[in-house]
Write a protein that binds this ligand. Structure first.
Ligand SMILES: C[S@@+](CC[C@H](N)C(=O)[O-])C[C@H]1O[C@@H](n2cnc3c(N)ncnc32)[C@H](O)[C@@H]1O
Length: 217
């Protein structure tokens, strides 16, 4: 099986993708480890990570580089952040998480993957964690809140990233309105500050979710 690099640090394995493990032997969520020519890859599950789902659904522009600094809002127990830690192995992944319970699960991951920096905070209040962060190239946001675009705009104002990836969950914003309408309204709020590069529907991996790929104006 040949290993093809699809984007910097993202490798295709048959119908799946993987990242190059920066902590060989260490698994984060029971993902499969594959050894090839002296390197170890971690399979990147599209049902567990919306970024993997977006790549498999044809994401065209991947904003992460090996030295990117990422502000990750809604890090949870570290599934997707851990793959970004592999991809951006010369940068930092600042993992903002509101829930103490998820933070307890995230901590052991950040002890191993040293470029992941845990931050227990509310993504609505960037002023409370800006001191812990030097510079940000990309904001990745996956928080199930009613004001998803507003949270991104607040953080973009403080950190001025070049790119942002926003995961919008329609049901968290409005459970009765059609998801299409909800997505349109949220994306419209961003248009003064960002150019929309692409919007990816994540079905069948995740329903009611889109990934919006944004470049700051
Ligand atoms: C869908 S999960 C994220 C999954 C993760 N992005 C991944 O792919 O591995 C959403 C997370 O956002 C967190 N969250 C919700 N509101 C938040 C807020 N205001 N600030 C920071 N985190 C928040 C939740 O506690 C939850 O862990």
């Amino acid at each position: 099986m040949a290993v093809k690099e699809l984007f910097p640090g993202v490798y295709g394995f048959r119908r799946n993708i993987a990242s190059l493990n920066n902590t060989p032997g260490f698994r984060v969520y029971d993902e499969k480890l594959i050894k090839k020519k002296g390197k170890e890859y971690r399979l990147w599950d599209p049902y567990r990570s919306k970024l993997s789902a977006a790549v498999l659904k044809g994401l065209k522009s991947f904003p992460f580089r090996e030295d990117s600094n990422v502000l990750y809002l809604g890090a949870s127990s570290g599934t997707t952040p851990s793959h970004l830690s592999d991809v951006c192995f010369r940068g930092f992944v600042y993992c903002v998480e509101l829930s103490r319970r998820m933070m307890r699960e995230l901590m052991p991951v950040t002890m191993k993957k040293k470029n992941m920096i845990p931050i227990l905070a509310d993504a609505n209040r960037p002023q409370e964690y800006m001191h812990a962060i030097s510079s940000v190239d990309v904001i990745y946001q996956d928080v199930a809140q009613k004001n998803q675009s507003e949270i991104l705009l607040k953080n973009a104002e403080y950190f001025r990233p070049e790119h942002a990836l926003l995961l919008i969950k329609a049901r968290s914003i409005n459970a009765v309105e059609s998801p299409k309408k909800v997505f349109r309204k949220e994306i419209n709020q961003l248009k003064n500050d960002f150019t929309v590069l692409e919007t990816i529907d994540l079905r069948p991996y995740d329903k009611d979710h889109v990934l919006v790929n944004l470049k700051r104006k």
